[in-house]
Ligand binder design. Structure first.
Ligand SMILES: [Zn+2]
Length: 113
């Protein structure tokens, strides 16, 4: 079972207590009423969905109930770190993301050839 560290409760808890809440550090436009439909679409709907390091909002639903941010590796599903909402985005380089071999569809497909 995946354990997630809540920066408010200051302990690791079961993933079952948490819920993902989308990308972190999405800046709301200063004057949202004056932006174009395309700019609103980009702000509200479009996300990068990168392979590897991602910064996300999470909520400790069945614990303290608070929102916090997490840096997570989407390949290995490992949480690199969590931090309180409102804290600046940490500087995490690719070297900080632990390389953990994961059986991926691409790898399996490569072996089949
Ligand atoms: Zn908590």
């Amino acid at each position: 079972m995946l354990l997630i560290y809540c920066p408010y409760c200051q302990e690791e808890r079961s993933e079952l207590e948490f819920r993902g809440a989308g990308d972190a550090h999405i800046a709301r436009p200063q004057n949202i009423a004056s932006i174009s439909d395309e700019e609103f679409e980009e702000y509200f709907f479009l996300r990068d969905n990168p392979k590897g390091l991602i910064f996300e909002r999470w909520r400790h639903m069945h614990g303290c109930g608070r929102f916090f941010n997490a840096a997570r590796d989407t390949v290995s599903d490992k949480f690199i770190m969590t931090y309180k909402a409102g804290e600046p985005k940490p500087h995490i380089g690719a070297a900080s993301v632990p390389h953990i071999p994961v059986e991926t569809y691409e790898a399996l497909e490569g072996e089949a050839k």
